[in-house]
Design a protein around this ligand. Structure first.
Ligand code: SF4
Length: 370
């Protein structure tokens, strides 16, 4: 696997011989895009940073259900991540970086601290301090401004944008947020022989070989799924909880990429694929995903807080065979109202799974209704 290559700080040493602008230019030319939800060009993000005190935040709050590739990197090759953080900090002229680590990954904190300590001689060269901030397990803290609120010691809610983090970020200063996989790829760009197309996918569900797989982007859905050896014939693929879902048979030949998946009305997010076999019931799956959003919403706005609860009630009713066909119209309306009127991306994406389920598997809902 490319992501398991050891750099031994050779990439970092090369960047020190370069001007900061040259480092950013090289990252831009490499075509490295954010390896989380937005797929934003990394070099351009670095270039947008303001002047004065600046911060880098490494987003290690990997909370999307079915996504665990960042955990894989921090477990198997943490020094590559720390080196990537150092290169990014050098390129942006940053002297303080925060790793925002998901609460459930607390066991990784001592390991990361150890690697940071072992890397002191390199970090000193650019006068860089790396802090590890442990989250409390909130899904919402995958969002960059919610992370900033949390680091500042406040309740993590999403900030209104604009202003964007490069203008006003952590403690009101210009801030760049990159995720773990993005930063871990940075040293490889400077080492040479880096393949931009190789990406990590987390595969889980009804599989004999769930886990993290490194494949070239654009690979067909059926090729990715076959790597994980399904236990039964796959029926439906979920792109995390918030990215929606597609019926496997209809889309098995679809090339997997941010663009191709969004053209189907879904989002690839952190490339976590949950593969559900033929024996799974769609109404039950929809209820499970709705329960996730019920638990994770912050309660700030009514459409997300109350709407998802109403959806859950209706799904429960339909699952118990007490629903009516007219309930499906209500479900559909609620799903769109919530995504159109919620305050933040958690709410606006919380019903994607249901919208897709109603689009492709309406018959299964109807079968359970009177
Ligand atoms: S959409 Fe509203 S209730 Fe849901 S998480 Fe965002 S702010 Fe909170």
């Amino acid at each position: 696997m490319q992501i398991l290559r050891k750099s031994g700080w050779a990439g970092f040493e090369k960047t020190l011989k370069m001007d900061r602008k040259e480092v950013i230019k090289k990252v831009k030319e490499s075509g490295l895009n954010g390896r989380s939800g937005c797929n934003f060009p990394t070099g351009l993000k670095w270039e947008l940073m303001g002047k004065g005190v600046r911060y880098l935040i490494c987003n290690a709050n990997e909370g999307e259900p079915g996504t665990f590739k960042d955990k894989f990197i921090m477990e198997k090759n943490p020094s590559l991540l720390i080196e990537g953080i150092a290169i990014a900090s050098y390129a942006m002229g940053i002297h303080k970086t925060f790793i925002y680590l998901r609460g459930e990954y607390s066991y990784l904190k001592p390991k990361l601290e150890r690697v940071i300590k072992q890397s002191e001689e390199y970090l000193k060269k650019i006068n860089l301090k790396i802090n590890i901030n442990l989250g409390a397990g909130s899904y919402l803290c995958g969002e960059e401004t919610a992370i900033m609120e949390s680091i500042e010691g406040k309740r993590p809610v999403v900030r209104q944008k604009p202003p964007y983090p490069p203008e006003v970020g952590l403690y009101g200063k210009s801030t760049c947020v990159n995720n773990v996989e993005t930063l871990a790829n940075v040293p490889l760009i400077f080492l040479g022989g880096w393949n931009n197309k190789l990406e990590l996918y987390s595969l889980s569900g009804d599989l004999k070989k769930p886990g993290v797989h490194e494949v070239e982007g654009g690979i067909k859905l059926k090729q990715i799924v076959s790597l994980a050896k399904p236990k039964t014939e796959p029926k439906i693929i979920y792109f995390g909880a918030s990215g929606g879902c597609l019926p496997y048979k209809k889309f098995e030949n679809l090339s997997v990429g941010y663009k191709s998946i969004s053209e189907q009305g879904c989002m690839l997010n952190g490339r976590g694929l949950i593969i559900c076999g033929k024996n799974r019931e769609i109404v039950e799956l929809s209820k499970i995903f709705t329960e996730f959003f019920l638990q994770e919403n912050c309660g700030y706005c009514t459409p997300c807080r109350e709407g998802n609860f109403r959806i859950w009630e209706l799904l429960k009713k339909i699952g118990c065979r007490k629903g009516r066909k007219s309930d499906l119209n209500l479900l559909q309306k609620l799903a769109y109202y919530i995504s159109d009127t919620s305050y933040c991306a958690l709410g606006t994406s919380s019903t994607n799974h249901l919208k897709c389920a109603l689009k492709y598997f309406k018959g299964e809902f109807l079968k359970l209704c009177k």
